[in-house]
Each structure stands twice: as structure tokens, then as C-alpha cells.
Design a protein around this ligand. Sequence first.
Ligand SMILES: Nc1ncnc2c1ncn2[C@@H]1O[C@H](COP(=O)(O)OP(=O)(O)OP(=O)(O)O)[C@@H](O)[C@H]1O
Length: 256
Amino acid sequence: MDSLEFSHLHGGYDTQQIFKDLNLNLPKGAFIALTGPNGSGKSTLLKFIYKHLKPSEGKVLVEGKNVANFTQKELAKHLGFVAQNGKLDYAFSVREAVSMGRYAYDGEDNLHTIEQAIVECDIEHLKDKLVTELSGGELQRVLLARALCQQGKLLLLDEPVNHLDVKHQRSIMELLCRLVEKGYTVVCVLHDLLLVQIYSQIALVLQKGSVVAYGPTQTVLTEKLLQEVYDIQAHQVYDPTLDRMLWLPTYKVSSS
Ligand SMILES: Nc1ncnc2c1ncn2[C@@H]1O[C@H](COP(=O)(O)OP(=O)(O)OP(=O)(O)O)[C@@H](O)[C@H]1O
């Protein structure tokens, strides 16, 4: 069974229809990068999955079940979501904020799961700090730990490494890969094409609410696609550590 399916999905906002008859099956246990230019519909697509938006027609299925039929608690046990530039406005401690990820579980195995998520996201040293006093990158890791506590096998992340330094970018991306190895499905909005190429197995490229490319990342990203979707020239370079070619934008820097 696919972990996530969009079936004849139509919808968007009162002012603007974004998706028209979207049909797609995303496989279980894969790292799926959701990419595309600004305003192409990436965050909107996630909103249909976590029921922030309701389709005007069609449906979203998680593990074969229409999300419209899940209660919020059931959905929380199936999927975790880390928002873009997520904010926590109240002065909770980091530990309290992470423990909120357990709200659907009525006390089952809370302590162990919370501690494990705190260790995995490398925020042990922040446990007693207030979330209102964290840097953007620290907060992002707290929000990921909270989502991990939900123990859903589907993780949705909207640009999760935007605020992170290079070391923490790498550690979060590697953590996501380890989760995929354990059977999680990760759907991750990423703008950075290098991260897309290095970490994702499948790329889904959106443009103006349409799927312009979908499939194994290494075959999806091509010079033609980058030109057509982003209007950029690109070239390939060999990465000796990965032992493969990677696409890079071709920069033109004036010498004067
Ligand atoms: N709450 C809203 N009400 C009306 N229109 C919206 C709303 N949120 C987004 N949009 C519009 O929907 C379209 C898709 O937006 P969306 O945020 O999904 O794009 P995105 O691909 O995630 O963009 P970005 O890369 O800039 O984050 C855009 O034209 C945007 O202006």
C-alpha cells in the first residue's frame, strides 16, 4: 500500500484554486523531496495532508484511508508535521514543548519517547530553556523532536533546515535518512537543490500547482528541467565523496 495518495484532488484558497485534478501515489519508506519555485504550491499541498485545507473535490489518503475520516488525534498518530518558520508563542520549556507531541497518546510510554526525541535532535542541553529564548535553528530542532514524539510513520517537513548551520543541517538530514531506513516516509519541502540531490530518493517538482516532474531524484533533475522550471543555467560537478555527479547552478560573477 502507498503511504500517501492524492486522488483527483482539486482545491486551494477562496481567492485562488491551486491544484486541479492532482493524482499521485507516494511510496512508503522513501525520502521524498518536494521542490519547485516560490509560490508553486508546496506548502499548500502539505496543508491538504494535515487537514489544514479541505479539497473542493477529490481526496488525500494516508495508509489507504481518507484523511477526512481521521480524527485529529488519529491523524497525529499517523503523521508528524514540522512547519516552515514554526513559532511557539508561549513561554514553555523545551521539554514541555517536545512533550506536546504526545498529546494523542494519553500517557503511554511518554518519558522514554520524549527523551529519545530530545537526544535524536541534539537538544539535551536546551531542555530547561524557554522556547521563546531559542534561536531559529534551535527552535527548528525542538519542533522536529515534537513531531518525532508523535511516532507517526509519515513525516511532513516544510523547509526544515532553513535556519540551521551547516553541521545541524547535515545532522537533521542524516536523522531523516535514518528514519527512512527504519520505515518512515519523509516528505520534505526543500529549496536547496544540493540537499535534494544528496538526500532524497524521489523528487516531486511543482510549478504553478502542477506536477512537472516526479520520480527518482537522479533522473528527475536535468539541465532542461532546471532551465524550464527555475530559468537557470546549470552544470554538473563530480563529488568524490558521494562518487556521483551533482547539478549546480552556473553562477556569473562580474570580475570588475
Ligand atoms: N492563505 C492563503 N490565502 C490565499 N492564497 C494563498 C495562501 N497561502 C498561499 N497562497 C497562495 O498560494 C500559492 C501557493 O503558495 P504556497 O505557499 O503553497 O507556495 P510554496 O511553493 O510553498 O512557496 P514558497 O517556496 O515561497 O514557500 C501562492 O500563489 C500563494 O500566494
